[in-house]
Design a protein. Sequence first.
Length: 404
Amino acid sequence: MALSAVDLQAIHAVGKQLKEQLNQILLALPNHAKSIAGLTEYLSYNRSNAQRVIKASQCLDFKLVLTACPGVAALREFSHLLQIKSLESLDLNELNQTIDQMEQIIRQHARSHAELKRLLSAQSSKKSSGKGRLATSQLRKQHFEASSQLIGNQIEQMFTCHILTENRFNPDYLHEVAIVSKNGVRLGEQAPPFVQFYTHPNNDNFTGPARYKLDDRVKENQFEIGIIDAFSSDFFADSYTEYSTSNSGLVFANLPREQAFNASFLFSNPDELVNPMSNESRCSSTSISIKNPTRHLAMMVFIEKSLDRQSNVNVGCYSGNQKVEEGKLKASEMWTEKLPGFPELKVLANGAPQMQSINAIEVSDQIDFLFQFAGLNQADFACYLMTVDYPIWSSTYRIYFEHA
């Protein structure tokens, strides 16, 4: 049954109240408890529910607060755990009343919180597809199909995995070790050459990308860029032509046309991402730019738990035409480049199914290799995953951390 305008107004009002109350609560908490990990630890609260509390507090559409937040029972637990903390500046009576109102809305319109979310989602899809307009997912798919035909290339799936640690040689920076894996790449007859872009200056002795084997290990405090043979097509590395200084990228001009191939790159970057714990901006960002029309994007970020406990994580899609400088990464400073849409962000526990495969493509071997290469223990890291179908071509997707 569709929700009426009166129903939506009531949901809007309760969502507005809940968002305001959650923001007041988060403001009253100690700084170390304002992130997903910090809130989880501070209250001994379920991590997934902590993520949903923070996400609900950030919703721009008040109706969506009720879809982003935890269920009624989990919100009551949240209130109870806050009550135990006995924070003097916190009055939980209003929160409890709003939870009661939310429960009443669910009983009136649906059999469960999940069904209410489906009703609101269906209402939103109906609204976005009315009057001749297509839903956002359909528009992105059309954009992908038109772009791939226009420029003559496409990527079936891009998987990126990033590990962020404090650089022990220079604590002013984070050390990022990453895989960028592009599967099912196709180049048409008229397509430009395949190029892998990056921003870090090459070493003085650079002659081309390194060739990495599965038993290779990181070179401490050195920038590295290369091809991982085990996760790339056999002929891919031999197609390397040159490094383009003007485009800041590795050029592969001798690839077969109309034949799908895989290309996987490894980056070790010790001195480009500032350490937010010592930088004035208190913000760090991990990003991937969509340089080729891409059907599926999966971006996984592992961050040291010591950093994660002091951070508030968020995501966004931004214009790819403007470079965001280090130190100017706060969401409040990036709003002029933000594109519509809110990519889904998941918190993954060790052993989660998405650490094995995503969209039927195995990723576990690549994750294991990256941790082996870096000499790090996966148990010491929190993991975030963002997945997007038909990411917007020529945009940049970011997972960013604002640190307390």
